[in-house]
Design a protein around this ligand. Structure first.
Ligand SMILES: [Zn+2]
Length: 486
């Protein structure tokens, strides 16, 4: 068990009452002096530069670094990843052929209307608005509630019609007497539900269009931040976050990024009818941080679970997050080894400080149990989490706690436990984060963290076969980049 008394701010033990009083008086004076210093000096946190500058980076799309790359025995379709591959020719609508990974947030709609109008039929096109239900839409078009009832109860698939969402397109084909012949709900460019009236009921089909995955890659060198460099290289926000997530276990993107750090990302893009529909997943990536190379490869096991692994098959994920706050929300980068403005001297710092706005969410670094929640001397409002027998993490100077993160409660990695503040001995809002192994303070930025499970032995051979071409490609791009830089 840990001895949490040693978490108190002062390291020297008070010897006797007099000494204790002296210390209290000294601390009081120091606080007064610090308050004065704070008033006359610049604030602890440097002025916030915009952490997520977007618009001006948008037009740099053309700068996308695409190297001509074609390796023998390697197709550019991502086939080696068991991702759906389309035949070369576009084949219109096909039935349930593709398991599509992610739908775009706002559904967009294919241009092709379902059934051509004839002399005896006409087509109603309706864009679903917020607040609409099939019942109101049917009523609007003089179609009976009874008809709707019969349709949605004709099969489980037809029952899905009830889930219409704003932005989806509804096509109704009717005859001269306003009898419904066909109904199509286009949920996205890819997915539709189609219902045809038969003599004795309805036929329902779920239709999926096949997307064509293509593989592409970008590289970049960091000057200021990962975000800016990745944006410059042409990576979408979604891919930047994916990249940060993959390497975020090893690299603290808030504090450890240096000018000259490099990255290469090989990723999938999904095409529909020859046009790019959306970004697919990252397939492989390399990040070179302060000269050290980290490589990640995506692998889907037989159970269909996809995850990222090192070339040796070790999981990229760890039992602990490297940083308990989102790297995009950190305003000051290098705050280690600073002169302690409150104590007026350079005191050994046993944790890492993340300067961030008051209210920035703080995440539990790993699964564990909250063993302390409350004011703790100079730490101010603090939370301590016990992770198994060996590890504890401490989060200090909070403005407030998360209501759900009470003492004695179990928390999961990533769960928000509190919010950045400046309670206790702090001149500006920041998170003070400590990491202890068997009671010993360790640098959270460099401590070796226990990893999640590696690739199961039975998949290892398959993993190596699958990732080899990606690894070769990463190496080739990396070499080209270095050659270009010379
Ligand atoms: Zn600190």
């Amino acid at each position: 068990m840990q001895d949490f008394k040693s978490y108190t701010l002062e390291r020297r033990p008070a010897r006797g009452q007099l000494a204790k009083r002296l210390v209290i008086a000294a601390v009081f004076l120091v606080i007064l002096a610090a308050g004065f210093l704070f008033l006359i000096s610049e604030p602890d946190a440097p002025p916030q530069e915009p952490l997520l500058p977007t618009p001006e980076a948008e037009d740099s799309q053309q700068k996308k670094l695409i190297l001509p790359l074609s390796l023998p025995g390697q197709t550019d379709t991502g086939e080696s990843h068991r991702l759906p591959t389309a035949p070369a020719r576009s084949i219109g609508f096909i039935k349930q052929a593709v398991a599509v990974e992610q739908e775009p947030a706002t559904p967009t709609v294919a241009d092709t209307p379902p059934l051509p109008e004839t002399d005896n039929t006409h087509l109603l096109t309706y864009k679903v608005r917020s607040g609409d239900s099939l019942a109101t839409i049917f009523k609007k078009h003089d179609l009976s509630a009874n008809l709707l009832h019969r349709i949605v109860h004709s099969s489980d698939t037809a029952g899905k019609l009830v889930d219409i969402r704003p932005g989806e397109m509804l096509y109704l084909t009717l005859d001269k007497e306003n009898n419904l012949l066909n109904l199509r709900l286009e949920q996205s460019k890819i997915h539709s539900l189609e219902i045809s009236a038969l003599d004795d009921g309805f036929k329902t089909e779920e239709i999926s269009r096949e997307v064509e995955p293509r593989t592409t890659h970008v590289s970049g060198v960091i000057e200021n931040s990962l975000y800016l460099a990745a944006k410059e290289a042409g990576l979408s926000e979604k891919l930047i976050m994916q990249l940060a997530e993959i390497f975020g276990w090893d690299i603290d993107f808030a504090l450890e990024i240096r000018a000259g750090d490099r990255f290469t990302v090989i990723f999938q893009e999904d095409y529909l009818d020859g046009e790019k529909l959306r970004d697919g997943p990252i397939l492989a990536a390399e990040f070179i941080n302060r000269g050290r190379s980290y490589r990640a490869l995506r692998y889907i096991d037989a159970a269909g679970r996809s995850d990222y692994y090192t070339p040796e098959g070790r999981s990229m994920r760890k039992a602990f997050l490297r940083a308990p706050v989102d790297f995009r929300r950190i305003s000051s980068k290098f705050t280690r080894e600073r002169w302690h403005p409150v104590l007026g001297k350079k005191r050994p710092h046993r944790g890492v400080d993340y300067a961030a706005k008051t209210g920035t969410p703080i995440k539990a670094a790993g699964d564990g149990k909250i063993i302390h929640r409350g004011v703790k001397g100079g730490y101010g409002k603090a939370v301590i989490i016990q992770h198994g027998q060996v590890y504890t993490t401490l989060y200090a100077h909070l403005s407030r706690y998360n209501k759900k993160a009470k003492k004695g409660q179990r928390v999961q990695q990533g769960q928000i436990i509190g919010y950045v503040g400046r309670t206790g001995l702090a001149t500006g809002p920041h998170l003070h984060y400590e990491f202890r192994v068997n009671g010993v303070y360790r640098n959270p930025l460099t401590v070796k963290l226990p990893a999640a499970k590696p690739i199961a032995k039975k998949y290892l051979a398959d993993f190596q076969t699958v990732v080899q071409p990606l690894l070769t490609q990463l190496e080739l791009i990396s070499r080209t980049m270095v050659a270009d830089a010379k």
